[in-house]
Design a protein around this ligand. Structure first.
Ligand SMILES: NC(=O)c1ccc[n+]([C@@H]2O[C@H](COP(=O)([O-])OP(=O)(O)OC[C@H]3O[C@@H](n4cnc5c(N)ncnc54)[C@H](O)[C@@H]3O)[C@@H](O)[C@H]2O)c1
Length: 262
């Protein structure tokens, strides 16, 4: 095998949660282009079906499944449907996420914590756990990719539950990696910074756009295609000696300091 072929995902099956999201949908496209069949999971059925129709109207290489990742029964039925359609699951990408409130410390509510930690942390653990059990039973050399953020490392004003949840996702990655490697399952984490999805574009084109751009060492957001290399590295056998890694794709944003209150 040529070394470049290690990046191929031909004959591989991936589940992507949060598949209908701005970033999630880009991750789906990258995995498909690399050859994988993909199971799209999201709670937003309308956007999910729209995306599946756009990417693969024949439905041969995609399966769209409505799924609330915080519900165990939804995760179990997602795994079941994926198995029925494609016969195996090699890759799980935990991309479902919520941002939570844009609120200073004193305005954060208990319900904000519950909402953010349930989706970003607990659901990532739950999907990873059930998919791993499936992979072990079926003797698959699986790969799990959690999605963190620069805020998993860097502090930012008014984002306490979100940033805390992403730090937890990074440590969840390391702990799962340690326990699962004996079963030949590798767990890594992609930590994007500013990626040019619609939401990020609107912030960078808004009133405070220049301030945000100036805080990124590369002085720009990434195009979604710039995630392709890092994602394929973690999703493929090209990363066969990597587990527990946090791969930052953020133009240096996570390392370049903090924003202080005025
Ligand atoms: N977009 C960025 O620039 C950026 C940067 C850093 C990290 N991230 C992270 O990447 C991941 C994806 O981001 P995105 O841009 O696609 O966000 P997004 O808000 O566009 O999409 C999130 C998706 O998750 C789905 N979702 C939310 N709760 C769910 C639940 N309980 N069950 C199933 N699906 C649920 C939503 O329906 C939505 O489609 C998130 O974890 C986010 O924190 C994004």
């Amino acid at each position: 095998m040529k070394w470049i072929d290690q990046f191929s995902l031909e004959k591989q099956v991936a589940i992507v949660t949060g598949a209908a999201g701005g970033l999630g949908s880009e991750l789906v496209k990258i995995l498909m282009e690399a050859g994988a069949d993909v199971v799209l999971a999201d709670s937003d059925e309308i956007r999910l079906n729209g995306l599946a129709q756009e990417l693969d109207p024949s439905g041969q290489r995609l399966l769209a499944q409505k799924c609330d990742v915080t519900k165990e029964r939804d995760i179990l039925s997602l795994i079941d449907r994926a198995h029925q359609k494609f016969g195996k699951i090699d890759i799980l990408v935990n991309s479902a996420g919520v941002l939570g409130p844009d609120a200073a410390w004193s305005n954060v509510l208990e319900s904000d914590w519950d909402g953010v930690l349930d989706v970003n942390v607990k659901a990532s653990w739950m999907a990873a756990t059930h998919v791993s059990k499936y992979m072990i039973t079926n003797h698959l050399a699986g790969r799990i990719i959690n999605i963190s953020s620069s805020l998993g490392l860097r502090s930012q004003l008014k984002r306490i539950p979100y940033a805390t949840s992403k730090a937890a996702v990074e440590h969840l990655t390391r702990n799962l990696a340690m326990e699962l490697i004996q079963h030949n399952i590798r767990v890594n984490c992609l930590a994007p910074g500013w990626i040019n999805t619609n939401m990020v574009k609107s912030v960078l084109q808004g009133e405070e756009g220049e301030k945000w751009r100036a805080s990124i060492p590369m002085r720009r957001a990434a195009e979604p295609s710039e995630l392709a290399g890092p994602l394929l590295l973690l999703a493929s056998h090209a990363s066969s000696y990597m587990t527990g890694t946090i791969l930052r794709v953020d133009g240096g944003y996570a390392y370049c300091g903090i924003e202080l209150p005025e």
